[in-house]
Ligand binder design. Structure first.
Ligand code: ZN
Length: 376
């Protein structure tokens, strides 16, 4: 019994060490810190931060699928899709070309970390590439001609979007895309792919009734291509933070593109982001005979910066608009002119948010109600 008493703790230590080693090997993010990447929810919907375009060694990427989940966790994302090419497998001599595997491998780590992983594939035909999300069989598209592959995606209930619409060829609504779209086979387009904004695709959002996407299309480590908070993000406004929620929101086109400090999306969605992110610390302005300057303090709780330009205010009130950086409080100088009428005034100050784009050539305009007291 004395021998057992000595050996038991040793065995227990070994087992604990083995368990720790296994966990570390499976999931090296424990002990790491995560960027919370704060973005507000909007009325009725959770705002999910997503990247639906990335590669692994299962096509022409340089990393193993679990690494994509770790990167997404670290960067504060809620969901990813690994979209390996269906017909391009330069590493086939070393790695299988079964593109359902990256999802299967990444999914379990996604469960551990709370990162949603969407089963997906990139249908690649010449210079025209399409991502199919929520596929049932990622390998079903291989070798099929484009229209047939896209019909196969539709039959699987997939959500399909056109990737990097001006890649290699100058951007145009190419005939094969037009034909597929006319058949109801394309539901979205990447306004942003990597560091490229496809301005020419912005009018299509309304004209062709498409959902907006913004994805990294990363092939190497994300940290090689992007600094902190630099990777493009698709914002998805979902009824629930779940795969079902994402699928429904994509189908309803409740998405926005966020990249390089700019956001593109529908007016109501972007207004929701502004209202959830920015608060006026005090909505009262007071002016006295010898003090004709006051300030408006805006607090931005989100990781999205807001760039403001004055739109309208009473002529006797001069507001110096400025940018409100991410997670900062800033003050705007406000001067009352000599002609400012004495008394209390309820005033609406309008700002154009120049980095929130609701449609080509039009930015979000926000109205800030302020009470102004002028003593004479
Ligand atoms: Zn790609």
């Amino acid at each position: 019994s004395e021998v057992q008493e000595v050996n038991m703790p040793k065995y227990a230590n070994f087992a604990a060490a083995a368990l720790v080693a296994a966990l570390l090997a499976a999931c090296p993010v424990w002990g790491q810190s995560r960027d919370p990447l704060p973005v507000p929810d909007i009325p009725g919907y959770r705002t999910l931060k997503c990247d639906f375009h990335m590669h692994t060694v299962y096509s022409d990427g340089d990393v193993w699928p679990t690494l994509r989940v770790q990167e997404a966790w670290k960067d504060g994302l809620d969901a990813i899709a690994i979209t390996d090419h269906d017909d391009y497998h330069p590493k086939k001599g070393d790695v299988s070309d079964d593109i359902s595997r990256p999802y299967e491998i990444a999914r379990l780590m996604g469960r551990q970390l709370g990162t949603l992983v969407v089963p997906a594939a990139e249908i690649t035909r010449g210079n025209l590439h399409f991502n199919a999300l929520f596929v049932k069989d990622a390998n079903a598209f291989k070798g099929l001609e484009l229209a047939t592959a896209l019909r196969q995606a539709r039959d699987q209930g997939a959500f399909v979007f056109w990737n990097h619409p001006g890649w290699r060829d100058p951007i145009a609504w190419f005939p094969p895309v037009a034909a597929a779209h006319a058949d109801g086979l394309i539901q979205g387009v990447e306004l942003v792919n990597g560091r490229t904004f496809y301005e020419g695709a912005f009018p299509w959002i309304r004209e062709k009734n498409l959902a907006i996407l913004s994805n990294s299309d990363v092939h190497r480590l994300i940290s090689i291509d992007y600094g902190p908070r630099e990777r493009p993000v698709t914002l998805v406004f979902a009824a629930s933070a779940s795969l079902e929620g994402i699928r429904e929101a994509l189908g309803a086109h409740r998405t926005a593109a966020w990249a390089n400090g700019e956001v593109w999306g529908g007016e109501a969605l972007l207004k929701g982001l502004w209202e959830g992110a920015v608060t006026l610390e005090s909505s009262a302005l007071e002016f006295f005979p010898r003090i004709r300057q006051a300030g408006l303090q805006f607090r931005n709780r989100s990781a999205i910066p807001f760039k403001l330009r004055m739109k309208s205010a009473p002529a006797w009130l001069r507001v110096r608009a400025r940018d409100i950086p991410e997670e900062k409080t800033v003050g705007f100088f406000v001067d009352a002119g000599k002609e400012a009428p004495a008394g209390f005034h309820n005033v609406a100050i309008e700002f154009e948010v120049t980095n929130l784009h609701v449609e080509p050539g039009r930015n979000l305009v926000v109205k800030v109600p302020v009470t102004v007291a002028v003593a004479q």
